[in-house]
Design a binder for this molecule. Structure first.
Ligand code: GLA
Length: 377
């Protein structure tokens, strides 16, 4: 989290005086990847890194923003139907518009914001930004939205203003996070449960490959469309309701690619359940095995991994790490690793050295600290 002093100093330099400081976190996800938009289960936790914003209503209909990390300013009128063109500012514009559409009387405000979640690392920096503003505006303009409604505002922003047809996991986690707890969310019913996360012998660490492959087109949205197509052929709303039997029955109607994508999604639901049971029994070795299986599915069937990430997972396996897999939307970013304490330092050192030798890139280790959700600071 960036320092509140720094935030307020920046507010003072930009607008004069002080604003009210807010924070919303990024997230990790233990297991349950690409399941949210399929009505399945996810297992995220909010982290101690995120976006902070200092905000003050200005009595007009104009929003004035200063993005610290970009060193850029932007202003827009809340009644403007187009909004800014730069993606970073569109997140805030989208939230303002969606809050108004949900009945919160949002007026103009001045805000500075910045954060410490690495961009493009699969740690949901954009959800943190959306949730920070949704939470803050709800508070400052006396809105009555609950956490889930605010999470949905973040998701709608991605869909309508940025063009990413994401699920609800990232915004859910950013809003509902709790210290030392992961959450299992049923994305179909919206029900969720907290699972204490305080293993004594193991730690979670992310290895950020620092690569992001911007593929032609929109591979994320395209995965979602495949799944929706299979669900339609199966006669169900989402793949969550497609059994293994139904999948086998409709197999002749599916392309090989569609079949493999659906097979991954069905398998991932089973793995989330296996991890829930394993956590109830403090069986972290079992948790780790499921993580490796998820990676295999994401690599071979869902095809959202890449050479650099596969290399990191292979190093983890060869080093005896309990579990490792690509995390988030894919095509680069981070691996999430469940590591026994005794291997922690040596694994990180090996990963850094071998990755540099292979790709000439300095990958970064990010220790995972599970923290609370969106809040005033
Ligand atoms: C991104 C999306 C999420 C989810 C993950 C993959 O982070 O924003 O909704 O689909 O990818 O699990």
């Amino acid at each position: 989290m960036i320092k509140t002093d720094k935030l307020q100093q920046c507010f003072n330099t930009t607008f004069g005086g002080v604003g009210t400081p807010f924070f919303a976190p990024g997230r990790i996800n233990l297991i349950g990847e690409h399941t949210d938009y399929n009505g399945g289960f996810v297992f995220p936790g909010a982290i101690d890194m995120g976006i902070s914003a200092s905000i003050r209503p200005n009595g007009t209909d104009v929003v004035n923003l200063f993005a610290i990390d970009l060193n850029e300013k932007c202003s827009f009128n809340i009644h403007d139907n187009e909004g800014p063109s730069s993606t970073n500012f569109r997140y805030v514009y989208g939230v303002v518009r969606e809050m108004s559409a949900s009945g919160v009387t949002v007026h103009g405000f001045d805000a500075v914001y910045g954060g410490d979640v690495p961009l493009g690392a699969g740690m949901s920096s954009s959800a943190a930004l959306e949730c920070c503003f949704a939470f803050a505006l709800n508070k400052l303009f006396n809105g009555t939205l609950d956490l889930m409604q605010m999470a949905r505002i973040g998701q709608a922003t991605e869909h309508k203003y940025v063009g990413v047809k994401c699920g609800i996991m990232d915004q859910f986690a950013s809003m509902h996070g709790r210290d030392k707890a992961l959450m299992r969310l049923d994305c179909n019913s919206g029900e969720y449960q907290y699972f204490p996360w305080n293993p004594t012998d193991y730690r979670l660490v992310l290895i950020n490959s620092c690569v992001k492959h911007e593929l032609v087109g929109s591979p994320y949205n395209e995965r979602r469309e495949s799944c929706e197509h299979v669900a339609k052929l199966a006669g169900v709303d989402t793949l969550r309701d497609c059994s293994w039997d139904i999948l086998e029955k409709i197999k002749p109607q599916l392309s090989d690619q569609e079949y493999r994508r659906a097979r991954y999604v069905l398998g991932e639901t089973d793995r989330v359940m296996a991890v829930s049971d394993a956590l109830d029994n403090n069986d972290y070795e079992q948790v780790g095995q499921q993580m490796y299986l998820t990676h295999k599915g994401l690599k071979e069937d869902y095809e959202v991994s890449c050479e650099e990430i596969d290399f990191l997972v292979d190093i983890a396996k060869a080093s005896g790490v309990t579990g490792s897999r690509i995390m988030g939307g894919g095509f680069g970013g981070c691996t999430i690793n469940l590591v026994h304490n005794k291997l922690y330092d040596s694994f990180i050192a090996t990963a850094k050295e071998r990755f540099k030798q292979q790709f000439g890139i300095d990958c970064k280790a990010i220790p995972v600290v599970i923290g609370a959700g969106a809040r005033m600071i």
